[in-house]
Design a protein around this ligand. Structure first.
Ligand code: FMN
Length: 341
């Protein structure tokens, strides 16, 4: 199934400026991070609108039976597309979950008007190409408070909230993450899903490559072990992470509209972190396992619904940037609807 589908493939339609801008935005949004790098979205471009649809064939039945992480991932792609449009001078008009009879239609995106992009939006747009999930140990330097404040503002602007854990609460996140890891790794169904999405070749354009999963070692807060059976990964006995900060992104509601909002906010937070030279890695195992999610609910003061946790730090002083995960890319993404028949 193609990721981007044009309903009208005539040259006239393809060369329409709005169609071209929406196609370009959908291609850029392909860089969005997603659960297990499943890229569970599809874009249908009709005339001057782009429909964002959930791709249920890419839902993870064990990890994500409800589709929460799928919808969150689609929200990240939606925000990436909005930034891509705004960054090229198009003010997007977005209608979210517009049809109650069609819950997989997550958004319809059009172009409201034109306006030159602000420097902030230009930086966010540029950050899309540079952002990676960074699971390596962070540098032993404190994260500046003003950077953390910008991440909080970014979440609020999208209608969500970012709770930064005070250092003496981190131990509770450690409890939640350990509990989540133990519960998931004990489930053969989970292990099967993990193996299916971590043992792909780069050519498939999806999944989590082994070289992005970070070293093996004891961490202050465990990160998801993507390859529990792999024996050829670098080992660091004690990954101290003294200066890492942890945060919980949460929303007021807990329904598909809130999950979509959480995804848009996650995108805004991750891209803002990139523009502030901060490294990040999302943690959703603590949401997937109900008893761990309950700990996060307590950690945010029972004021909302935890959607994803984040590990934030100063990137390691390494000559290599964080390795990237592949994407379905290029022209193969775009297929004209009538060419499929
Ligand atoms: C909703 C969501 C949940 C994620 N959960 C985790 C997680 O629990 N642990 C982790 O290390 N990475 C997690 N990630 C990061 C993805 O694995 C990552 O985005 C994907 O493999 C693509 O890599 P990239 O972010 O470097 O482009 C999550 C990302 C999203 C959007």
């Amino acid at each position: 199934m193609p990721t981007i589908r044009l309903t009208d493939r005539t040259l006239a339609a393809r060369s329409r400026p709005a169609t071209r801008a929406l196609m370009q935005a959908a291609v850029t949004a392909q860089r969005a991070p997603s659960i297990f790098n499943t890229q569970p979205w599809r874009w249908n471009i009709h005339d001057e609108t782009a429909e964002l649809r959930a791709d249920r064939d890419r839902q993870l039945p064990v990890v994500d039976a409800e589709g929460r992480m799928l919808t969150l991932s689609c929200g990240v792609a939606l925000h990436h597309a909005r930034v891509a449009l705004a960054g090229t001078g198009h003010v997007p008009a977005v209608s979210r979950l517009p049809d109650p009879q069609d819950p997989d239609l997550l958004a319809i995106v059009g172009i409201a008007t034109f306006a030159s992009a602000s420097p902030t939006v230009v930086r966010l747009h540029q950050a899309i190409a540079h952002r990676h999930t960074d699971r390596r140990p962070f540098a032993d330097q404190p994260v500046p408070a003003d950077g953390l404040g910008r991440l909080r503002d970014a979440a609020e602007q999208q209608g969500a909230h970012l709770h930064l854990l005070p250092p003496d609460n981190v131990v509770l996140l450690t409890v939640a993450a350990s509990r989540a890891a133990d519960a998931e790794l004990a489930d053969p169904g989970y292990r099967g899903e993990l193996a299916a999405w971590t043992h792909q070749t780069a050519e498939t354009g999806e999944g989590v490559p082994l070289d992005t999963t970070g070293p093996v070692g004891r961490r202050r807060v465990p990160v998801r072990d993507f390859a529990p059976e792999a024996s050829n990964r670098p080992v660091i006995a004690d990954i101290a992470e003294r200066q890492a900060r942890y945060a919980v992104l949460f929303t007021d509601g807990d329904d598909p509209a809130s999950w979509l909002t959480a995804g848009e906010a996650l995108s805004a937070v991750l891209l803002t972190a990139t523009t502030n030279r901060l490294a990040t890695s999302p943690m959703s195992d603590v949401i997937e396992v109900p008893s761990a999610r309950r700990v996060l609910y307590d950690l945010i003061g029972r004021t909302g619904h935890p959607m994803v946790a984040l590990r934030i730090g100063i990137p390691a002083d390494s000559p290599q940037p964080a390795p990237g995960a592949p994407r379905h890319s290029g022209a193969a993404l775009i297929t004209a609807a009538d060419a499929e028949a």
